[in-house]
Each structure stands twice: as C-alpha cells, then as structure tokens.
Design a protein around this ligand. Sequence first.
Ligand code: DGL
Length: 267
Amino acid sequence: MDRPIGMFDSGFGGLTVARALIDLLPDEHLVYIGDTGRYPYGPRPQEEVREFARQIAWSLVKDFDVKAVVVACNTASAAALDDLKAELPVPVIDVVEPGADALVRATRSGHVGVIGTVGTIGSGAYDRAVAATGADVQLTAAACPGFVEFVERGQTHGEEVTILAERLLAPVKDAGVDSLLLGCTHYPYLARVIGEVMGPDVVLVSSADETAFVARDELARLGLLRAPGGEVAEHRFLSSGDISWFADLGGRLLGPELRGALQWHPN
Ligand code: DGL
C-alpha cells in the first residue's frame, strides 16, 4: 500500500510523533501539516479547533490521498476525534488513548499526572481516557499555558521557561505523582526543564512512541502497511505559516527532512 500516512498538529509539536513514526516505520511515506499560521490551538474554543482539525484532515485525504490520519495533537484530538472518526473515509489514530495507556503502565504508586494545554485539560479527555483503562489510579491534571509558545519560538530551556514550569507544575508536584504524562506533543521538547523541576524520581511519559506503535498495529491489522524494499520513503512537511521559520526550527527539532518544507493553504 503505497499511499502516505497523514499527520497534523498546530505546529512543531507533532514532529515528536513524526520522529517516532519514521523510526518505527521507515518504509512509510509521510505527509505532515503543521498549522503554524494558526497556532496555538490550546486557548481557542473547541468548535474552532474542531473546524481547523476537520479542514486539515480532509485536505490530507483529498489533496494527498493519505491512507490514515494521525492526529498528532492532543488539543485537536480532544476537540475533534469523534467527528474525524465518524466522517473520514480512512482510519484515524490519536495521541490521547495511547498516552493514557502508557501512563497507567508506568506508575508504581498509582499517583499519576497529566499536563496539557488549557483546551485539552479543560475537555476532560484524559480523565475519560485514564478511567477507560480501568486502572486503579489517582489522576492530577494541570494546564500549562505558555509552554507551547516557548517551543514555537525555539526557546526550550533557560530561566524564563524554568520559572514558568515551577509555577505551572506545582499542582502535579504537590500531588506526589510518580509518573507524569506530557499530554501535549510540544512538551517533549521541554522535557529537560520539566524533568529538572519534577525531580529524578518522576517518570516522564511521552505519547509519541506509544502512538507510533498503535499506528503500526492498526495499519498492519488493516493490511495497509507498505511493503519494504521499494523506493526510499518520501517525507513531506507543510506549514500554514512562515515556511522559512518552519524549515529552520523544524530542521533543528526533527532533522534535515524539514529543509524542503512547503506551504499549505487552508481552503
Ligand atoms: N501540540 C498540541 C497539543 O498536543 C499543542 C496545541 C497548541 O497549539 O496549543 O496539544
């Protein structure tokens, strides 16, 4: 099955999922859309994020003929997953459920935490996803407004980020969690600061690898994996914002594949 896998995020965050997917499935073609022209999604109303998500997902299906869509954004998953699953003619894979599964597997004490955007945490998507695992855990959730903006500016460490992290992570720290899910795909880029603030005894869980495993299993189950040994896989990256910034910062975050980034226009 030679068609590409489609992925999207509000900007650079989904590149953490793209990295995991490329590493796990090196033979798969990939099309990634980063909606950097309209980021951040976190503070926007759910209906607006849902419309953006539908617009991008349909573009992936119609303009790029993708065989599956990976919603590499927690905020978009929280706002639009049910609609996307109902209306798209291809399988839809999200980051919330794989992240919740990984979180409950990682804990020893049963005290777990999740951090995400205002939209994700406010939606209760993680409360529902963790409850759906059936695990006997106590979840503390905290929104971290401002984290995404730091990443999109390329500022992933330093005093300013640390001061904000100390303030925003206080609720999960005070709750004594032993495992913390980075419930926003931008946050792995801040893992150094988050890890320093939380301390060495707290395991940081990123949903990127877990999502890649779920994507592989789902594509395999449906017989949609590309056969190995053909032409080298093509990875296309598009952005709705400033392309030179997308290529530059994306190149530093993910790698040289971003150098040929193209413009994407919402229609
Ligand atoms: N990477 C998105 C997420 O996982 C960030 C959303 C935003 O743009 O605020 O939630």
